[in-house]
Design a protein around this ligand. Sequence first.
Ligand SMILES: [Zn+2]
Length: 526
Amino acid sequence: MEKSDLIIKNAKIYTINNQFDMADAMAIKDGKILAVGSEDEILGKFESDRIIDFNGKPVYPGFIDAHCHFLGYGTGLLKRADLVGTSSFDEVIDRMRTHHEKFPSTFWIEGRGWDQNDWPAKEFPTKDKLDELFPDNPVILTRIDGHAALVNSKALQLASITSNTKIDGGDIILENGKPTGVLIDNAIELVTGIIPEPDASQLTDALLAAQKNCFAVGLTGVHDAGLEAREIKVIDSLQQTGRLQMRMYVMLSPTKENFETYVENGPYKTQNLNIQSIKLYADGALGSRGAKMLEPYSDDPHNTGLVLRTPDSIRDICKTAISKGFQINTHAIGDSANRMMLQIYGEFLKGKNDKRWRIEHVQIIAPEDFDLFGKYDIVPSSQPTHATSDMYWAEDRVGADRIKGAYAYKQLLNQTGWIPLGTDFPIENINPLYTFYAAVVRKDLKGWPEEGFQKDNALSREEALKGMTIWAAKAAFEENEKGSLEPGKLADFVVLEKDIMTAPDAELPNIPVIKTFVGGQEVYSR
Ligand SMILES: [Zn+2]
């Protein structure tokens, strides 16, 4: 008999190997999987002091979120008021008042998550009520998508923003010649740039708070879409000491510090941290009409959105990425931004290749551009909950024709044969089962619309599960270490109360996680 650290038995294991085989037992040693198979096979060959009977419960590889802001989510948990789900601007004001009572000594007052599309008057708010309530503290309330923010007069003053301020790739909204307090895209950085950065101990608290919540929903890996060297240093040291067990794939923000610290020296990899990607932004977001469209917005006929980076500056970074062995992951929402990225990537990739360059969000694609994903093997990194969050108003923005090429995950999958899935949390909920439900059912949590939103673009359950596991791993060049439960791979897995492959549609988002394991260690138990 061969000695192992842990045996699980009487489980319904989705291995997600090439044949999508099922198994009922697994032996684990030194954080890795020794063998997966039938109970007879495993118990006949391995012994262990620790054997867990899973009572027939389903087991999946630990879920991986292929696009999120893990650290940003943690920071938000600790210091920002949560404005998600507010049904009016008055409710925003109420929540900010409560938040300030809770943290009265904080100078900068921050909130995140409002969405004027959820309010009775679907218009941008103005700073007047914030000025009344907080005359002496700067306030910044970021929109749900992070591409618009409402600030008060104190914040405008500290950031030296006036009605004459101009900024490339951004907008300061004026009314009667005066700033309303709403800032769009790059203009937001004028304010966020002067907020003091959290120090190492605050970053540590934020990372551990994020990890705790993510383990509880079955996540064992995240792709963090844009971090700075000083943040990554904290992550690396927390991982080395074992306090941070979340496996992280890091996309580098294109800052001077990151180029000097990381890009120059080539990819950096430990068992928990993998840095070989550069994150770029091509345009803004649809909700704030910053996504760059080929034709004007259907509900704003003089506006086609914003380009956040020039093609030549993108080309320069692509060149560096090729020579240093880095992946490029570019945020592109509008059909024009996606076309620009497909063409620029095409210049570098020159045909089918295995560089796995990604377009993040791939939200609105012109019909004639879909083929380019297949032609150049460009990875469509998708967030299915965006479809079900935006479906109420997205057609107002782009009209009945362009909406057909929006959130078109099945069409994209047909081009490439694989598709990594994520959430972009904290823009969306962290729960990967919401992703699964949105991808497969394409309804909101109330079951609307009855027939599903553009149901032709739903993924099958098998495809959605792969998108959250093996394909997410592949998008980080990690398909040989994680994303499936096979001998030699990391023992990262999650046990659910019910099987997402067979449960009724409506139950999917609410199935509880029983346990989460990372490297064979239990990191969450219900
Ligand atoms: Zn993002």
